[in-house]
Design a protein. Sequence first.
Length: 139
Amino acid sequence: MLDLSNYYRIVESAIEALGVNPAETRTQKAGQWDLRKGSASVWINIFLARERDDYGYLQIMSPLMKVPQGNQRSDFFEELLHLNHQLYSAAFSMHDGWLYLRTIRELEGLSMEEALAMLTRIGVYADEYDDYLKKKYAA
């Protein structure tokens, strides 16, 4: 089984580089942190691949809003496709009726600088788009 402790340290170093105490962002489950960037919540998760216990991922994501229903739905999805094309190493995704902004990568070779870049990118994008999309598409 892959030892995740080194990757936990990498993520916590990235959180510290943001000027935040990692201990204050840890959730009750090991390998998970919850931060805020402006109005957006940013979740960090380190986990093992389902099919292998020697291979893992770093996922950083932000829940933005519930996916709109009705007449707005097709316009909403079309706009997300256009926005996705403008994002770097991040994408909008949908799960259980929620819109997320997300990035994911393999743990192997992960550096603190890359974890920090991923965390910063999702935080900035999420803080920018959560208010915009809610204002435009919230029911």
